[in-house]
Design a protein around this ligand. Structure first.
Ligand code: 8YV
Length: 321
């Protein structure tokens, strides 16, 4: 029997994923589930043929240059690949894959949760009841912003953006989107295309970010662009923290230009931005967009499908290099 490829799994993936991985590969699993630094990535690359990492393992250009030639494939357990320098890894002849599609619904659900929670003051209301401070009721109390019938802007109308748009339409929202290219009518489903972010923003009573973090989109939502949104607008980010200038967002919240924000992603992760904590109109979650049982299994299986294809000598379905 030919030797099974040796696979390093640096994080505690779902039980079903680990079971299948151990059935088909000679696995090294980091049961402690700790993050690995650059030196660990480099050291492990000499011991395995493949790695199945999360977005928490950073394969930078500097790491790519130091990887041992034994490592042939990085099969990511994520759709975002901003933690991998694709050009540098490709130049080393390393295959890199991701897990698109399978997490779109779960991430769209979290974007809806953040939008609704930010609009209807979920943090304030929950804190008040939980702390036993709910001692008054009045019709002018805890009044929020209505989602139904409002305009929502979507930046990045890929798979997750479209899954979010479908849910927003269920709330009777008018969907606007900015995307490099206009979608076909079947994919657009009546959404209004803008050829620039600047044209979209003045229409966005709500704005949801669904584009990848790239050198071009880093700091996309800066002070100038936040100022283009209507007064009282709400920003939702389930994509990447790097897309938002957090100091500019805080200033927009403090000035009241934005009435609220819903964030699942931060520039610093894990941890988030402690300066946001004083503002109950910033509804925050710890990067859990894809964290459901079925989606975690589907992400793990998609990554394993990519590994299986690669070791059969085929080009994996989600090949990026
Ligand atoms: C994951 C994500 O939680 O897929 C992505 O890009 O950010 C999240 O779905 C994470 O990457 C898991 O590895």
């Amino acid at each position: 029997m030919p030797q099974r490829p040796r696979l390093w799994i640096p994080r505690r993936l779902s039980d079903a994923t680990l079971e299948r991985a151990q059935r088909d590969y000679d696995c090294v699993i980091n049961w402690d589930d700790t993050e690995s630094d650059a030196d660990t990535l480099v050291r492990m690359s000499a011991e395995v043929d493949a790695v199945l990492p999360c977005h928490s393992e950073h394969f930078s250009a500097e790491v790519a240059a130091r990887l041992d030639p034994r490592l042939r494939i990085i099969a990511n357990h994520s759709v975002g690949v901003d933690h991998c320098d694709l050009a540098a890894l490709g130049a080393r002849g390393i295959m890199v894959t991701n897990t698109p599609d399978v997490l779109s619904d779960a991430t769209a659900e979290i974007a809806m949760l953040l939008m609704l929670g930010a609009a209807r003051r979920a943090v304030e209301g929950d804190t008040m009841v939980r702390q036993g401070k709910w001692d008054v009721w009045s019709p002018s109390f805890m009044v929020g912003k209505q989602v139904t019938g409002a305009r929502v802007g979507i930046i990045g109308m890929g798979r997750v953006g479209r899954a979010f748009a479908a849910r927003a339409r269920g709330f009777g929202m008018q969907v606007h989107y900015a995307n490099r290219t206009r979608l076909s009518p079947e994919l657009e489903q009546g959404a209004i295309w803008h050829d620039s972010v600047e044209s979209l923003l003045p229409q966005a009573d709500f704005l949801s970010l669904h584009c990848p973090a790239t050198p071009q989109t880093r700091g996309l939502m800066n002070a100038d662009r936040l100022a283009l949104m209507p007064k009282g607008a709400i920003l939702v980010n389930t994509a990447r923290g790097a897309l938002v200038d957090e100091a500019a967002l805080l200033a927009a919240i403090v000035s009241g230009h934005l009435s609220a924000a819903g964030l699942d992603c931060f520039q610093v992760e894990p941890g988030g931005n402690p300066a946001f904590a004083a503002h109950p109109n910033i509804f925050m979650l710890p990067h859990i967009g894809s964290a459901t049982v079925s989606t975690r299994d589907a992400m793990g299986f998609r990554a394993l499908d990519n590994l299986d294809a690669f070791f059969r000598g085929e080009r994996p379905r989600d090949a990026l290099t």
